[in-house]
Design a protein. Structure first.
Length: 299
């Protein structure tokens, strides 16, 4: 009967996932590749699950992700304990890894990080990802916390509502004059459109709302995978798109952008999810994020 997960085996599995191969993990751990393989096999026998897909690079199975997440949380707790005991290495900061969507990163999130106390010193590791996919990085144990659009807590995580980021359908005046004559619901289905990347469905969902579930935005679409670049492209007239209200406000007042449907804003709810750890550093970041979001987002 399994009573515990041997920590050396758990740490070895994490090293294999991080390094990508058994040989690289062996070099990092200063043991032989055979020892690494034996530890991983022993852990798989102990859990009764296949934990790794033996590809190059290796990747964890769904069960393996659970163990990897546990290993990262264990490492986080060990670092916090060392810090509280005064055993922190000279100049060694506390690292906090967070996944955040591009629009939040470009508008309000950096302001939150400036509010986090820097004593003891912190080092932020940010992963930019769409808000619909940041939860996956939490699930895989790659980050400790995430700004996400999902209210459903990832296993082992807590969740709290941050607020709603409002988007406005916008285009340059010249673009609107050239492409958006006639009923808006029909024009937007044909006019060139901006998208963040191939998985960005925001513009398509907006057109479907206008057309009562039919179709989507035009197949003539341009991808711009940065928040600032997306805004610049819409302002330049490359296509229409849904722009964060906070970014669009000044351009609308200056007449450089037109709001295409002022009575139909799109609100995207955002949530903060984080590991359920008694970590002072993580708690400080969470408090700063919640306070800044309360000021920057709609309630």
């Amino acid at each position: 009967m399994m009573t515990a997960l041997p920590l050396d085996q758990v740490r070895t599995l994490l090293s294999v996932v991080d390094e990508g191969t058994f040989d690289a993990a062996a070099a990092a751990l200063h043991v032989t590749p055979s020892a690494v393989s034996q530890r991983v096999k022993a852990l798989e026998q102990r859990t009764g699950r296949v934990l790794l897909v033996r590809t190059k690079p290796v990747r964890p199975t769904e069960s393996g992700e659970v163990v990897v997440r546990f290993a990262r949380q264990l490492a986080r707790l060990e670092r916090d304990a060392r810090a509280e005991l005064g055993m922190r290495g000279e100049g060694e900061p506390t690292r906090v890894s967070v996944a955040v969507n591009a629009d939040s990163l470009s508008t309000w999130f950096l302001g939150a990080l400036t509010r986090v106390p820097q004593e003891p010193p912190l080092c932020f590791e940010l992963r930019r990802e769409d808000e619909t996919r940041t939860a996956a990085l939490l699930r895989e144990g790659l980050v400790m916390a995430a700004v996400t659009s999902s209210p459903d807590a990832v296993a082992g995580c807590s969740v709290r509502a941050l607020g709603r980021m409002r988007y406005l359908a916008a285009a340059s005046p010249a673009f609107a004059a050239r492409h958006l004559g006639g009923p808006l619901r029909e024009a937007l289905a044909q006019a060139p459109v901006m998208a963040f990347d191939r998985s960005d469905d925001l513009q398509d969902a907006f057109v479907r709302r206008l057309r009562r579930g039919r179709g989507g935005a035009s197949p003539v679409r341009h991808s711009m995978p940065t928040s600032e670049g997306f805004l610049d492209a819409v302002t330049a007239g490359l296509g229409w798109g849904l722009v964060p209200e906070v970014q669009a406000d000044r351009l609308l007042r200056e007449g450089r952008l037109l709001s295409l449907a002022p009575d139909r804003p799109v609100d995207v709810p955002l949530y903060w999810q984080q590991w359920k750890l008694d970590s002072p550093a993580l708690a400080a970041v969470a408090d700063a994020v919640a306070a800044t979001a309360a000021e920057a987002l709609r309630g």
